[in-house]
Design a protein around this ligand. Structure first.
Ligand SMILES: CSC[C@H]1O[C@H](OP(=O)(O)O)[C@H](O)[C@@H]1O
Ligand SMILES: Nc1ncnc2[nH]cnc12
Length: 290
């Protein structure tokens, strides 16, 4: 058993959470640059929790410029074991309506302008991403959502686009009709990939704000409509987060799906060929296996 520490990454509309005992915003230095913002730390039901607003308070970072590596490194560095990503998204399905939550379990990564790995020349590693989210953590998120009275769908494929513009109708129909995606957003990649490389359990709670642009009766994505739905969604997201510590508990058994051991056999580079500077930067992310 180890100690649980829950890390919540709040998306658009969710820039802080309340109810943390001993709450304080701390600045965390990372060799991967500055995280999106300071990190709000404290305890909920006796369980340590950290909250990081993905876009920064005041919504400073665009989906392409969110410092994903620094964010995941900083959370790992302060002891986070389980990351809950909370995000706004559009829906490709009539039965997944604005206001509903989806516990995402698969991704299609269409981003192209972001740093996607902690590893590279001088230290090569290949982790599995067949199942990019953690089943145990996802189950806890689903239970918390149901308990909070939220309409929640378990499982769904999230198309991650580069943005910041929303999709054209042709793109939206491709993602929906050909690729069978369920929801669309701009931020869960490379976040989920980096969490896996950092051996963190990762669950994605996608809060639907709109029907993207495929829907014949809803037309173009309208940012005003999104913003109206966002604040109600953010309140529900906070309710979900409040219930998580009681479900996850203080003591943490090893992840039954191996998220916390993802690097066990992943590193390819021979010890004598490793880049010492990169190895040093990976102290928090991969120190366990280096
Ligand atoms: C406000 S609509 C577009 C914006 O919302 C989502 O952000 P996040 O995933 O951080 O909640 C989407 O990915 C875009 O960044
Ligand atoms: N339709 C949409 N496309 C991409 N990101 C979104 N975030 C919220 N709605 C979205």
């Amino acid at each position: 058993m180890t100690d649980t520490m829950i890390g919540v990454i709040g998306g658009s509309g969710l820039y802080e959470i309340d109810g943390l005992e001993g709450a304080s915003w701390i600045e965390v230095e990372s060799p991967w640059g500055d995280p999106s913002d300071s990190i709000l730390t404290g305890r909920l039901d006796g369980v340590p929790m950290a909250f990081l607003p993905r876009h920064g308070r005041g919504h400073v970072h665009s989906p392409s410029t969110v410092p994903y590596c620094a964010n995941i490194d900083a959370l790992k560095r302060i002891g986070v074991t389980d990351v809950i990503s909370v995000s706004a998204c559009g829906s490709f399905r009539e039965d997944m309506a604005p206001g509903d939550f989806v516990i995402v379990d698969q991704f299609i990564d269409r981003t192209f302008a972001r740093e996607k790995s902690f590893f590279g020349t001088g230290l090569v590693a290949h982790v599995s991403l067949a199942h990019p989210t953690c089943e145990r953590l996802s189950a806890a998120c689903e239970a918390s959502a149901r308990d909070a009275g939220i309409t929640v769908h378990r499982g769904g494929t999230y198309l991650c686009m580069e943005g910041p513009q929303f999709s054209s109708v042709a793109e939206s129909k491709l993602y929906r009709d050909v690729w069978n995606c369920d929801v669309i957003g701009m931020t869960n990649m490379p976040e989920a990939k980096l969490a896996r490389e950092a051996e963190l359990c990762y669950a994605s709670v996608a809060m639907i704000t709109d029907y993207d642009s495929w829907h014949p009766e809803h037309g173009a994505v309208d940012i005003n409509e999104i913003i109206r739905t966002l604040s109600g969604n953010a309140d529900k997201g906070r309710e979900l987060v409040q219930r998580l510590p009681a479900l996850l508990g203080k003591d943490r058994a090893p992840c039954p799906h191996g998220c916390d051991r993802a690097l066990e056999f992943a590193i390819m580079t021979a010890p004598e060929k490793r880049d010492v500077d990169l190895v040093a930067r990976l102290d928090a992310v991969a120190g366990r296996v280096l």
